[in-house]
Structure formats: C-alpha cells, structure tokens
Design a protein around this ligand. Structure first.
Ligand code: FES
Length: 119
C-alpha cells in the first residue's frame, strides 16, 4: 500500500452530503493554511462521484477558474483555468493542453449513509 501524502486530510474526513453534488457539478474543498494548505475537488458525472487533488500537473496551480467551476463549457471534461488543459473526468488524464498525457491525482472516497468521505 502506498503511503498517503502528508497534506492529505485523514481517511474518514467528511466532505459533503451526496445530495449536495448533482450531475455535471463539482465542489472544491480546502484544508489547512499557508504551506500546509491542501485543495481537492469532487466531480459528479452520470451519477458517479470522483475526487482529485486540485493541482494541475502543468504548473501546479488549482484548476478552478471560479469557485466550484472545474468543467469546460460542455461539461464533458475538466478544465484548468490557468492555461486551458483539459482532463478526462473518469481518470484525470490530460487530453489537450500543455500537460498532454499527464494525469490529475485521484483521491479515494467512500459514500455511506448519504455522506461523502475520504477513504
Ligand atoms: S497550470 Fe494548468 S494548464 Fe497550465
């Protein structure tokens, strides 16, 4: 088993209720402050919720161009607002832009009793 990166919140950390994120929606989360700050987001597509670290593999900036806005206009791909890289929702792979072929870092989540938590 791979060790969890040190800034990741612990397993079991509550993110939100499942009904707070609908299809074609995203939600960003931030934990900690300063150099300890950690950001991640949830994306929901076709009823499936996935989580990624909010850190573009191109230049290391957050992807969202506005609060909770991580999708392109068509809501088919994740979009980095800094230089426009596009990532597949299902696996985080970059399919266009300056980090083509690289991937967002997925995070494990679990959904139980109507709540989404880190796993
Ligand atoms: S930082 Fe995301 S595309 Fe450049």
């Amino acid at each position: 088993m791979t060790a969890r990166p040190t800034l990741w919140p612990p397993a079991g950390t509550r993110l939100c209720r499942r009904d707070e994120i609908g299809d074609d929606e995203c939600r960003g989360f931030a934990f900690g402050e300063g150099t300890e700050r950690f950001e991640m987001f949830l994306v929901c597509k076709a009823g499936q919720v996935r989580a990624y670290v909010n850190d573009c593999p191109h230049a290391g900036t957050p992807l969202d161009w506005q609060e909770n806005q991580f999708l392109n206009h068509e809501k088919t791909l994740l979009l980095c607002g800094t230089h426009g890289a596009l990532f597949r929702i299902e696996d985080g792979r970059c399919v266009a832009g300056p980090c083509l072929g690289r991937k967002l870092t997925p995070m494990p989540i679990r959904i139980a009793a109507g709540e989404i938590r880190l796993d």
